[in-house]
Design a protein around this ligand. Structure first.
Ligand SMILES: Cc1cc2nc3c(=O)[nH]c(=O)nc-3n(C[C@H](O)[C@H](O)[C@H](O)COP(=O)(O)OP(=O)(O)OC[C@H]3O[C@@H](n4cnc5c(N)ncnc54)[C@H](O)[C@@H]3O)c2cc1C
Length: 375
């Protein structure tokens, strides 16, 4: 396909799975104009989900994480700007300012700025958001013996599991009564028993956490709990990166608000991935989903919408996580449920279904593939 390098570009801000899915879709749909993909990271666009799992355990390489190899961008005629932060979006002039790279006029634009860590980092704690973060934890884990992971959602539970698998003594601190609280108390109890089985010491209902000490050994306090560790990892949640969109006057409320087709309050701008809060077709409310397949799906949808191609609304979220020695598959919106039914909770198999206002809205299961497998 020939591309028109001189034309006003289609600009995508953010080189995560959502932004890359949008760029890929533009070419798959036959768009022949210029495409510019702006990423403030220096690494080639990669998937984050292995960072807490196989990559942390040393089972996969940087290459394995790449969404596309470098040649793909060249062959597809996608201008990939790395280490390039978009600093200002002027919607009236349809111009994007990119630090160190000047300004780009655009016809249509996708915001795919993703998410960032929500809370300030505890002193001396590691976080896992980027590939460099995961490398740092992997390095520290080589010499550490005792690890404390702060935050018992998906990411914290995955990190704790990987560190335990690497042979560290791991304590997992959660603010609620069980790991992965969004799945409800019965799934949480089942997961807590799995955590114990792989040797992870789960401390529930802990208060605010403080970390003290210098050098390799740290003291961690959380209410009455006091622990010593030589590796502290914080995984206390993510928040959407919305500053660029908000400063440009787009509607924002815990995510940039978009319709069921990822279009923002500006018809020439779509928003994809973790930065978007979209009108969920099955929930009747706006939702934000921090999962890979949905982020990529929104990227596809955003590109198609701005090309005026018809497409159905975004699918229900589907994701797989590896924690406490099991693979858990989830589909739908368990966090919005007003009722949870445990259908099975055996040793190797478990299944929970979630309802809201009498309608089924989610399911989560272990060992029930292929019935639930989707991503
Ligand atoms: C450690 C970890 C483990 C995960 N595990 C799973 C999992 O097991 N299963 C699952 O389904 N999901 C998982 N997720 C969530 C999943 O990775 C995200 O939903 C997905 O990465 C979102 O993609 P995105 O493209 O919207 O945003 P991101 O991946 O956050 O990418 C956004 C990109 O935009 C860049 N950016 C932001 N602002 C600017 C700007 N102004 N200018 C230029 N660039 C900018 C960011 O630096 C980043 O590179 C995990 C996430 C993390 C962090």
């Amino acid at each position: 396909m020939s591309h028109r390098p001189g034309s006003t570009p289609f600009v995508i801000v953010g080189g995560g799975v959502a932004g890359v899915a949008a760029a890929t879709t533009l070419r798959q749909e036959g768009f022949g104009g210029r495409v510019v993909l702006v990423s403030d990271e220096h690494a080639m666009p990669y998937r984050r989900s292995p960072l807490t799992k196989g990559y942390l355990r040393g089972e996969s390489s940087r290459e394995d994480l790449l969404i596309h190899r470098r040649e793909w961008y060249r062959d597809a005629g996608v201008d990939l700007l790395l280490g390039a932060r978009a600093t200002r979006l002027d919607r009236a002039r349809k111009v994007l300012e990119v630090r160190g790279h000047g300004t780009f006029g655009y016809d249509r634009l996708v915001v795919a700025t993703g998410a960032r860590q929500q809370e300030p980092t505890l002193p001396g704690a590691f976080v896992v958001r980027t590939i460099a973060d995961a490398d740092a934890v992997r390095d520290a884990a080589r010499t550490a013996r005792d690890a404390v992971v702060v935050g018992a959602g998906y990411a914290g539970s995955e990190i704790a599991s990987s560190l335990a698998w690497l042979g560290l003594r791991v304590t997992l601190l959660g603010r609620r009564s069980a790991p992965v609280p969004l799945l409800g108390s019965s799934a949480g109890a089942w997961l807590a028993s799995r955590a114990a089985r792989v040797g992870i010491d789960v401390r529930a209902n802990v208060g605010p956490v403080a970390v003290e000490g210098r050098g390799p050994r740290r003291t961690i306090t959380a209410g009455p709990v006091t622990l010593e560790a030589d590796l502290v990892v914080q995984a206390t949640g993510a928040a959407p990166r919305v500053r660029l969109a908000r400063d440009a006057g787009l509607a924002v409320a815990d995510g940039v608000l978009v319709d069921t087709h990822a279009r923002s309050s500006d018809p020439d701008i779509a928003v994809a991935g973790d930065a978007a809060r979209f009108a969920g077709p099955t929930t009747g409310t706006h939702v934000r989903v921090g999962h890979e397949a949905t982020a990529a799906g929104l990227g596809v949808l955003a590109a198609r919408t701005l090309l005026d191609r018809s497409s159905g609304p975004i699918d229900m979220p589907r994701y797989t996580t590896e924690l406490f020695g099991v693979e858990l598959q989830v589909t739908g919106f368990p966090d919005l449920a007003d009722e949870v039914v445990e259908l099975e909770s055996g040793d190797q198999r478990a299944l929970w279904v979630y309802g809201r206002d009498g309608r089924l809205i989610a399911a989560a299961g272990v060992g029930v593939a292929p019935r639930l497998r989707g991503s």
